[in-house]
Design a protein around this ligand. Sequence first.
Ligand code: SF4
Length: 243
Amino acid sequence: MQRKTDKIQINEIFTSIEGEGIFFGTKTMFVRMAGCPLNCIWCDTTYALSMESGHEYTLDHVKNLISKNLQPNTYKVNFTGGEPLIQYQAIIELAKFIRDEKGLRTYIESSCFDSKKFEKVLPYIDICKIEFKMSDSKVIDTMHYENLLHNEIQCLALSIENHKTTYIKVVITGSTDIEEFKKLLKNVFMRFKIANLAGFIIQPSYGTDEPTMERLFNFYDIVYPIYHDVRIIPQLHKVIGIR
Ligand code: SF4
């Protein structure tokens, strides 16, 4: 799935409070790209999954929209979705613009489904959230799940090797398999030095198969002995009812 490079399909551009992860609470501009090939059961942006959602713009038009909507004291600009890597060439151009002309940090929120595309955008990105989707998310069919996991690990390696601010997020539901989580941790912490990570976020699912606090602590207690910068952080924007 790749679009013409002179046109960009954008779902929405807006400023809000960062509701997730280690930069929770910062004033952030969100550039939500249209389209995602995946299918997480707890997806909260289903309105952006179609490549036809939102509007088609030229690159210059999007740059104008960003300039017009950018608020003072914005901490960073997030490329989100949908799945931003589908339109990776547009992300490269927009990230260059945001860094060079606006002097702001760039941030990518991707499912990391394609490490080759991720590698192409990485030179223009400052902060990477690497999300590991557990199999209970039903993100993709079982036949392709191992390939997704492989790409996620590759993206984590690339982000760390290139000295990006890198943190991990895992969404935990009432059904996430604890043995699968342990296997993932072993895989991650055997390969990567903890000093190269900026955090490990356990995010409870919201509205779908929500985990109990006891269950969240079960997952936290597995990470903490290995890595102290683990945090359980619910999505702030859901809690306070903003976009
Ligand atoms: S990867 Fe993100 S946008 Fe795509 S289905 Fe999952 S949660 Fe939704």
